[in-house]
Every structure is written in structure tokens, then in C-alpha cells.
Design a protein around this ligand. Structure first.
Ligand SMILES: *Cc1c(COP(=O)(O)O)cnc(C)c1O
Length: 429
């Protein structure tokens, strides 16, 4: 359920006509619905209301400060994967005791920063990382709270780029080696074992891989208990899928039910790291048609939004529903919806049926709230989009559009290149 609906053939975000946003803030531009964000967070969080748990929103899916601070205000924590994300989370007011830190390549500086902030726990992904964190904690005279991220070797049946819990993936510690790693962790003076973690992939549309992983973790928890290692926090990662096209992902209630059933008698506080399921359908990307082009083989709709703004179609071949902001009676045609970037991989949709577009028409790329803005880049020296948060009839710019000045402000030309070009070529030739 989301709050992007047509009223009299005009697309609205909550009470605001999307066309007005496009006209006021220009395109391309991201628009988020506050009511949808709240609703999705609450539905997920409340599905576990009857068990001790903490919902740690995955910052990498949408890291805007306003959105992080919204979830913090609803009682959520965050899952971070870099020092930059920790900085954002703290800036947004997320309390450190609600922050978990995942990622296979934490640097010394990032580890030190997280230790200084006193986060809830590090999700450790290798034995070398465990040793490094122990050393850093010793140096700082503190103790590091940790969970080991294990790789349960289950197939999440999702796109290979977003499956993370199979033997061939770089993430986590093999479940067979986990006992040894926990014993090593126990022997380290500046490590405090707090939990067990896994995250098997993203955009999962079935419950069974979660349940399979959980069964393996359960066995591990029991074996750890046998050797006197207690697990207080069981972190089950994120990964619940959403509807982009024809998928039928489990409702959070269904997911919660299956998990709770599998965990009866396990006395752990559960941690979840949902990203996509909370924000995916709470955001859209708006673009304007610049040109239409008919060739012998194909028809193209050329938008001002491109792969640098939303890379998912190019990177994963992902489907995003794309619809006109104003619905009109027009003939249908089959088109590729592409951007202005100089790459043939720059498309938002291929062979898509769409009413005949004209220059100046607006299109809405749906389900763009997760891994949309956060994966955007400045490729082709394109300023990144503004992000607009709509709350009822209120409109808030939560990130302004980048300017051309913004794009060059970190660069400098060395002194030796600063001579006038004409003089330089004259003297060297
Ligand atoms: C990306 C990621 C998530 C969030 O995944 P979603 O599919 O967006 O729910 C959670 N945990 C970790 C460790 C991740 O890398």
C-alpha cells in the first residue's frame, strides 16, 4: 500500500499533485511520501510487537537525514555499512545503542569511530576483522560488542548481485567455522560477544530461505549454549522483497509469523535490518520527456532522468513501473524509456507499453524509494536530484538539487596547469 494514487487522472503524492512538484522543483527529482514511510515502518515493526526486538533500518537503501530521523522518532535503529553512514545516523539523531554495523571491509578509522560512539554491536564478517576490532578496542581501553555474521549457505532465489548468504558470496563467516570463531572471540580481552547475525540477500519473495537460514542459526545457538556462549541478540538481517511488477512477496505479518514460529523458546532479542520493504514503494523518481524518437527498429522516449539518477534497471535489469503523471486518452505504443547519458545501458525501461508521449510530459518511475537516490552518481557531470518529502499537503525539500558549482567545488587545477593555454602551447611547440 502506498500514497501515490490518481485523482481524476492526475497522479498525487498524498494531497499534492505530482505535476506541481515537478514544476516547482524541476526534474529529475525524487518524491517520498511521509505517510507511506510511517505506515511501512509501523507495519513491519508491529509485526514483531509481541517479542523483544529492534528494527534497524538499512541506511544504504535510503540515507536521507530526514528519513533516518523519521524512523528514529518511531523508535527504530539503523544498520550501517560505513563510517559515513554512522555519521549520517548520528547527525539524524539515532541513538548509538540502536546502531548495528555490518560490512566486510571496515577500516581502522571506521572501527575507531564506531567504538568512540559506543554502538550496539559490530556484525563481524571475518576472523581478521575480529582481531582488528579487538586490537583497536584494546588501544582505546574499551570493550567492543560484537555479533558474528555467519553465512548460512542458503539460496535466497534472488538476483545474483543481491544474494549474500551463499557459500560463493564474500559475506560472513562459514557456518561450519562459526564455533571456532566464537571461541576465539571469547578468548579476546576486549571483545564482548553479544549476538549472532546473518543477512542472506535482498528482494526475497519467499519466506522459505529465511526459515532455512533460521533453522541453521538455531542449531548454532544451541551448540554455542552447550559450550557456554550465550547469544542475547539474534540479527536476521533484511531482505524482504516488495512488489515492483508481478512479484508476490510475503506480507511482513507472514514473514514475522514464520520467524516467530521457528524461534519459539529461543530467548534472544531479535534485530531486523529492513531497507527496501520500508522505503521502496514510498518513493518515486519524476522525469520529463525531452524528445521522442522513432527509428526503423525502435521507438524511444528520451527522459531527463537517467541511469545516474536510478541505476537499478541498468545494473540489475530491474523492472520499475513507469506511468504518466497526467493520464490522457492516447494511442499506446511500445517504447524504450531512456536517459541522456552516453551509454547504451542507459535505460529505465525496455519494450514498455506506454501512451504516446510528447515533449514536456512528465513520467513517474514508481518504487524508486530504495537504492534509488543512494546509488545515484554524477556520471556525465549531472547534478544529483533533489529529494522532496510530502506530508499530507506539506512539501519539504529534504535535499536540494546539486548545482554545477557543487560538482566542481572539490576539484582543483594544479599551479603548473594554470598558465594561459595560448602561451603554454606557444612555448612548448
Ligand atoms: C543491504 C543490507 C540490508 C538491507 O537489505 P534490504 O533488502 O533492503 O532489506 C540489511 N542488512 C545488510 C547487512 C545489508 O547489507
Amino acid at each position: 500500500m502506498h500514497h501515490f494514487q490518481y485523482k481524476n487522472n492526475e497522479l498525487f503524492c498524498e494531497d499534492v499533485p505530482v505535476r506541481e512538484l515537478a514544476e516547482q522543483f524541476g526534474t529529475p527529482c525524487y518524491v517520498y511520501s511521509h505517510a507511506t514511510l510511517c505506515h511501512h515502518f509501523m507495519v513491519f515493526d508491529q509485526a514483531f510487537a509481541d517479542v523483544p526486538h529492534l528494527t534497524c533500518f538499512s541506511v544504504k537503501s535510503n540515507s536521507n537525514l530526514a528519513i533516518l530521523s523519521l524512523f528514529a522518532s518511531l523508535g527504530g535503529g539503523v544498520d550501517i555499512v560505513s563510517g559515513g553512514e554512522l555519521f549520517r545516523a548520528r547527525r539524524a539523531g539515532v541513538p548509538p545503542e540502536r546502531i548495528v554495523y555490518s560490512g566486510v571491509g571496515k577500516t581502522r578509522e571506521e572501527i575507531d569511530y564506531a567504538l568512540r560512539e559506543g554502538i550496539l554491536m559490530f556484525n563481524i564478517e571475518s576472523t581478521q576483522e575480529l582481531e582488528t576490532i579487538n586490537t583497536r578496542a584494546a588501544e582505546m581501553g574499551v570493550s567492543a560488542n560484537i555479533a558474528l555474521r555467519v553465512n548460512p549457505d542458503v539460496d535466497p532465489k534472488t538476483h545474483p548481485y543481491i544474494s549474500t548468504g551463499m557459500k560463493k558470496n564474500k559475506f560472513g563467516i562459514d557456518i561450519e567455522s562459526a564455533i571456532k570463531a566464537y571461541e576465539r572471540a571469547r578468548s579476546l580481552d576486549h571483545i564482548q560477544i553479544l549476538g549472532l547475525d546473518c543477512h542472506i540477500g535482498s528482494q526475497l519473495t519467499e519466506v522459505s530461505p529465511f526459515v532455512d537460514a533460521l533453522r541453521r542459526l538455531r542449531v548454532l545457538i544451541e551448540r554455542l549454549a552447550d559450550i557456554g556462549i550465550g547469544i542475547r541478540f539474534l540479527d536476521l538481517g533484511g531482505g524482504l522483497g516488495i512488489v515492483y511488477d508481478q512479484e508476490t512477496p510475503p506480507h511482513p505479518h507472514e514473514y514475522a509469523l514464520a520467524i516467530k514460529e521457528e524461534l519459539t523458546g529461543v530467548p534472544c532479542t531479535l534485530i531486523f535490518e529492513p531497507g527496501r520493504v520500508i522505503v521502496g514503494n514510498a518513493g518515486i523518481l519524476l522525469g520529463k520527456v525531452l524528445y521522442t524518437k522513432r527509428t526503423l527498429h525502435k521507438n524511444f522516449v528520451i527522459l531527463d532522468a537517467a541511469m545516474n539518477d536510478l541505476v537499478r534497471p541498468s545494473l540489475y535489469g530491474s523492472y520499475h513501473h513507469i506511468q504518466p503523471v497526467i493520464r490522457q486518452e492516447r494511442e499506446m505504443e511500445v517504447v524504450d524509456i531512456v536517459g541522456p547519458i552516453c551509454e547504451s545501458g542507459d535505460f529505465l525501461a525496455r519494450d514498455r507499453g506506454l501512451p504516446m508521449m510528447r515533449p514536456g510530459d512528465y513520467l513517474a518511475v514508481m518504487s524508486a524509494g530504495a537504492y534509488g537516490f543512494t546509488m545515484s552518481s554524477n556520471y556525465n557531470t549531472r547534478p544529483r536530484c533533489p529529494e522532496i518529502l510530502v506530508k499530507g499537503s506539506e512539501v519539504h525539500v529534504v535535499r536540494r538539487r546539486e548545482t554545477w558549482e557543487d560538482l566542481v567545488c572539490l576539484e582543483s587545477i594544479p599551479e603548473f596547469l594554470r598558465t594561459a593555454p595560448a602561451a603554454a602551447s606557444g612555448s612548448s611547440l
